[in-house]
Design a protein around this ligand. Structure first.
Ligand code: ATP
Length: 605
C-alpha cells in the first residue's frame, strides 16, 4: 500500500506541472465537472424507473388475474399497457438528457485538453528555440520531435479522457453504490465483488498492450528510418549493386515488425472475452443473490432488474479505472521527459547584454576551448586580432580547430579559457540577439530550407525585398544559375523541390549571408565546391560588399586566401604561423610547404 502511495505521489509530482493549465482553463474544467455529475444523475435514474415499472408488472399481473372472467378485465389491461408505455418514454427521455450532458461534458473537458495540448506544444517548441547548440548535439532529432509530438499526445490523454473518466467513475460509483446500498447491503456487496478484479485485469492487460505497442512503434520507426536512409542513399546502393542485400535486410526488419504485431494481436484478442466473462459473472451473482433475497422477502423482483442496470452501468467506469490508471502512468512518464527538457537552461545567454552597433574589431586573447560532450580540446591558447575592413583567413589541416573558432565567434559555445572581445567589449557582455543579427555566418555544411530560392536568400528579413535578393545573388555569383531555372527565384528547393548542385547550394548560402548586410562575416570553408574562376569572382564581390567590415574566411585552399590581410595557420588547436601571404612564404615553413604541395597538385591535375 505504501509502495502504491509513493508510486502515485511520483506520478503526481511530474504531472503537477500541468496544474497551471487547469487554472488557465478553469472556466472549461469547472462546467465540465458539473456536466459529468448531471449526466451521471441521469444515468442512475432510469434504473429506478425500471424497478418501479418491473414491480408494476408483477402487481398488475396479479390484478389482471383477479378480474379474470369480468368484462372489466380489458380496462385493467389498457391502464397497465399505457402506464408501461409512459415508463418507456420516461427512460428514453432520461437517456436523451444524459446524452445531452455527455455532449456538453466532452465539449468542455476534451476541448480543454486540446487547448492545453496546443499550449504545451508551443511552450516546448519555444523553449527549444532558446536552447544552445550544445543541447542539440546531445539529443538526436528523433528524441526532440518525440517529446513535442508523441509525449504531448500522451499527456493530453491524461488531461482529457483521463480526467473526464476519473470524475465520471467516481461520481457514478458514489451514486450507484449509494442507491444499491439503500436497497440491500448484501446484494450490493455481492454484485460489485467481481469489479475490483475486472479493474485490475484491465489495468494489467492494458499495461501489456502498451508495452507491446511501444515495441511495435520502435520497430516501425526503425523500419521507416531504414527505408528513408535507403531511399536517400539509393545512388550508393545501385552503384555498389547492393539491392539484393538491402531487400533481405528489409524483409528481416519487416519480419521483426510482424512478430511484434502478432504478439499484440494475441493479447488484444483475450481482452474482450475476458471482460465479458467478468461482466457476465457479476450479472449471474446479482440474479442468484437477488433471487435468494426476493424469496426471503427482503427485496422485490424489480430490485433485481434495477441492480442489473446498475451493474452494467458500472462496468464501463470500472474498465475505465484500469485504463485510466495505466494512461496516467504513461502520461506521467511522458511529462517527466518533457519536464527534463523544459528544465534545461541555455548554456549561452546574455541576461543584461549591451545592445550596440558593432564596428567589427575582434580580439581573441589566449582562447582555449574543450567540447563539453566529447572532452576534445579543440583550441589551445589562441590569440589574434582583426580590425574592421580586414580580411582574415584561417587555414589548417582537417580537425585542427578552424570551425571551432567560427563557432566561438558566433557564440554557439562560450570559451572555456581566455576571452573574446568585440569592439573592446567581452563577447559575453554583448546582447546575443543584437550581436548575432549584425554578423553573417556561412556554415561548412550548407543548409537550405524546403522553400523558394528567394525566401532562402531573404531568410534574415521579415519582408521579401526582391531587388536586394537579386543583388545578393549577383554578389554570390549564383544569379545566372538561378535565372536559367524555369521558375527563377521562385523555384522550390530542398526535399519537395529541385536539388541544386553542391556549388550552387554553397553560393545560395553565401547570398543569404550577404543579404543580411552584416558588420562581421564568417565563411566556414564554403567555397570548397566552387571552381577557382567563380571563387575569384565571389571574392572580388565580397571585397566590395565587405568594405569597412570584418571578414573571416576558413579554407583549405591557398588560392582562396592568399590575398587576405592576415592568414592564421592552425595545427592541433594552436596558431603555428601568422602573417600575410608574402610573409608566410618567406618563413618557408608550414604555409610554404602547403603552398608548394597544392601547386604541385594543381600542376598534376
Ligand atoms: N560539436 C562537437 N562536439 C565535440 N567535438 C567536436 C565538435 N565539433 C568538432 N569537434 C572536435 O573538435 C576538433 C576540431 O574540430 P573543428 O571542426 O574545429 O576542425 P576543422 O579544422 O574545422 O576541421 P575541418 O577542416 O575538417 O572542417 C576535432 O577533433 C573534432 O573532432
Amino acid at each position: 500500500m505504501a509502495k502504491l502511495f509513493t508510486f502515485a505521489v511520483s506520478f503526481m509530482k511530474h504531472l503537477a506541472y500541468l496544474n497551471k493549465f487547469f487554472y488557465k482553463y478553469r472556466w472549461r474544467l469547472i462546467p465540465g465537472i458539473i456536466f459529468v455529475v448531471i449526466s451521471n444523475i441521469f444515468a442512475v435514474l432510469p434504473a429506478q424507473v425500471i424497478r418501479v415499472a418491473f414491480d408494476l408488472v408483477t402487481e398488475n399481473i396479479a390484478t389482471y388475474k383477479l378480474y379474470s372472467g369480468f368484462n372489466r378485465q380489458h380496462i385493467v389491461y389498457d391502464i397497465f399497457g399505457s402506464s408501461l408505455f409512459l415508463f418507456g418514454v420516461l427512460v428514453l427521455v432520461l437517456a436523451l438528457i444524459r446524452g445531452l450532458f455527455l455532449f456538453f461534458m466532452r465539449q468542455t473537458i476534451i476541448l480543454m485538453s486540446r487547448h492545453i495540448e496546443y499550449d504545451l506544444k508551443n511552450e516546448i517548441y519555444n523553449h527549444y528555440q532558446l536552447l544552445s547548440l550544445a543541447f542539440y548535439r546531445r539529443h538526436n532529432t528523433g528524441d526532440l520531435m518525440n517529446r513535442v509530438t508523441e509525449d504531448v499526445s500522451r499527456v493530453r490523454m491524461y488531461l482529457g479522457p483521463g480526467i473526464m473518466y476519473t470524475i465520471n467513475t467516481v461520481v457514478l460509483f458514489v451514486l450507484a453504490i449509494y442507491a444499491m446500498l439503500t436497497v440491500n447491503v448484501r446484494l450490493a456487496v455481492y454484485s460489485v465483488l467481481p469489479m475490483p478484479v475486472l479493474a485490475f485485469i484491465i489495468y494489467y492487460v492494458n499495461n501489456i498492450i502498451n508495452y507491446r505497442s511501444e515495441q511495435i512503434q520502435e520497430r516501425l520507426s526503425s523500419l521507416s528510418s531504414f527505408v528513408q536512409e535507403n531511399f536517400s542513399g539509393i545512388r550508393v546502393i545501385k552503384s555498389y549493386v547492393r539491392e539484393g542485400f538491402v531487400r533481405k535486410s528489409f524483409a528481416a526488419e519487416s519480419e521483426d515488425y510482424k512478430k511484434h504485431s502478432m504478439s499484440l494481436v494475441k493479447i488484444q484478442a483475450m481482452f474482450f472475452p475476458l471482460m465479458l466473462l467478468l461482466v457476465g459473472l457479476s450479472n449471474v451473482i446479482t440474479i442468484y443473490v437477488g433471487g435468494v433475497e426476493v424469496m426471503k422477502g427482503n427485496i422485490t423482483p424489480g430490485n433485481i432488474a434495477e441492480f442489473i442496470v446498475y451493474v452494467n452501468q458500472l462496468t464501463f467506469p470500472v474498465m475505465a479505472l484500469g485504463w485510466v490508471t495505466s494512461l496516467i502512468q504513461r502520461a506521467a512518464a511522458s511529462q517527466k521527459r518533457i519536464n527534463e527538457f523544459l528544465k534545461e537552461q541555455p548554456e549561452v545567454t546574455s541576461p543584461h547584454g549591451i545592445k550596440k552597433t558593432i564596428e567589427g574589431n575582434i580580439e581573441f586573447k589566449n582562447v582555449s576551448f574543450t567540447y563539453p560532450d566529447t572532452g576534445i580540446k579543440a583550441l589551445d591558447d589562441v590569440s589574434f586580432s582583426v580590425k574592421p575592413g580586414e580580411l582574415v583567413a584561417i587555414i589548417g589541416r582537417t580537425g585542427s580547430g578552424k570551425s571551432t573558432i567560427a563557432n566561438l565567434l558566433m557564440r554557439m559555445y562560450d570559451t572555456t579559457g581566455g576571452e573574446i572581445r568585440v569592439d573592446n567589449t567581452l563577447l559575453q557582455n554583448l546582447d546575443l540577439n543584437s550581436f548575432r543579427s549584425q554578423t553573417g555566418f556561412v556554415p561548412q555544411d550548407v543548409f537550405l530550407f524546403s522553400d523558394t530560392i528567394a525566401n532562402n536568400i531573404a531568410f534574415s528579413a521579415d519582408k521579401l525585398d526582391m531587388p536586394k535578393v537579386e543583388q545578393a545573388a549577383k554578389d554570390a555569383a549564383v544569379y545566372n544559375n538561378i535565372i536559367e531555372l524555369e521558375n527563377g527565384f521562385t523555384t522550390l528547393i530542398g526535399e519537395r523541390g529541385l536539388t541544386l548542385s553542391g556549388g550552387q547550394k554553397q553560393r545560395v548560402s553565401i547570398a543569404r549571408a550577404i543579404m543580411k548586410g552584416p558588420q562581421i562575416m564568417v565563411f566556414d570553408d564554403c567555397l570548397s565546391a566552387v571552381d577557382t574562376k567563380t571563387e575569384e569572382e565571389i571574392l572580388n564581390n565580397l571585397g566590395r560588399v565587405m568594405q569597412g567590415r570584418t571578414s573571416i574566411i576558413i579554407s583549405h585552399r591557398i588560392s582562396t586566401i592568399k590575398n587576405a590581410d592576415k592568414i592564421l595557420v592552425i595545427d592541433n588547436g594552436r596558431i603555428i604561423e601568422q602573417g600575410n601571404h608574402n610573409e608566410l612564404m618567406q618563413q618557408k615553413s608550414v604555409y610554404f610547404e602547403l603552398y608548394e604541395s597544392q601547386l604541385l597538385e594543381e600542376e598534376n591535375a
